[in-house]
Design a protein around this ligand. Structure first.
Ligand code: NAD
Ligand code: ZN
Length: 241
């Protein structure tokens, strides 16, 4: 018997830091070279779609080269060997969870290798450039693709599924997220309200402090694989009795 039946793992920019990706508030961050108002709002996209496409096409060229780290891989290990439903809810637009072989991934802020047709909703998955020249294969209209990245002022993706997961999970794990970006920063409170155990992995305790039962301080690539090992050992020990 495993201790948990339904695990939700929320991840943020911090889980990708050890893969060499700057976090959001990092001075050197890829986001910080541009003003958010120019590249990550729906108004900016309406004003100058070419500029916004260029920005995400460039980011795509960087992100395709990046490799998952020990924390991403530990999630795969857990999913393969722990007898529970394990879902990954990520704010990251990189696809390091996919590259690590994780399953049941919910990209609430979208993902870099996708574009969505604003005319018909068709989602195109590609690592190639997307431009205003592109024609949608489904509705045959040109110039309607938008990067499938949730811009400020837009609704998050998959929230119904995520909400249901948060209400039914018995373990909520947060890895490398600052706890300041809404609504992901409220997830721990929902999970706690529905009686889940709650654990945070971060370099420091975050603003959501009181809703977590446990804080594991340190680099996720070191702390999280250890935690996974412990969980798997615990399950094995129970099975051996
Ligand atoms: P954030 O930058 O606000 O916070 C990152 C958190 O990770 C911080 O609390 C920091 O202490 C912690 N952290 C840094 N290195 C760590 C490590 N090695 N181990 C454990 N924790 C570590 O990030 P956020 O909360 O995800 O919010 C930023 C927003 O920016 C998100 O919405 C996300 O979509 C976007 N973003 C995405 C990426 C990406 O796709 N990789 C990168 C930057 C920003
Ligand atoms: Zn279309």
């Amino acid at each position: 018997m495993a201790k948990y039946n339904n695990i939700v793992i929320l991840t943020g920019a911090g889980i990708s830091a050890e893969s060499g990706l700057a976090t959001f508030r990092d001075e050197e961050g890829m986001w910080n070279k541009h003003r958010v108002e120019d590249v990550a709002t729906i108004q900016a996209f309406a004003r100058n779609p070419e500029y916004v496409h260029d920005f995400y096409n460039e980011m795509k060229k960087d992100l395709i080269k990046v490799e998952p780290n020990a924390a991403h891989l530990a999630i795969t290990e857990l999913q393969k060997n722990y007898p529970a439903k394990i879902s990954v809810v990520t704010q990251n637009v990189d696809t390091l969870h996919e590259k690590a072989g994780n399953e049941n991934i919910y990209h609430i802020h979208g993902q870099i290798n996708q574009a969505v047709c604003m005319n018909c909703g068709n989602v195109l998955t590609t690592w190639n450039d997307v431009t205003t020249e592109d024609v949608c294969q489904q509705c045959h209209v040109q110039g309607m693709f938008k990067p499938n990245i949730v811009f400020f002022g837009e609704n998050l993706l998959c929230m119904n599924e995520v909400d249901a997961l948060l209400r039914s999970c018995d373990l909520f794990v947060s890895i490398g997220t600052s706890g300041v970006v809404f609504p992901a920063n409220t997830f721990v409170r929902t999970a706690k309200y529905y009686n889940a155990d709650t654990i945070e992995f971060n370099l420091k305790a975050t603003a959501n402090n009181y809703a977590f039962d446990r804080h594991v301080i340190g680099k996720a690539g070191e702390t999280f694989p250890k935690f996974v090992e412990e969980l798997l050992q615990e399950t094995k020990a129970v099975a051996d009795i």
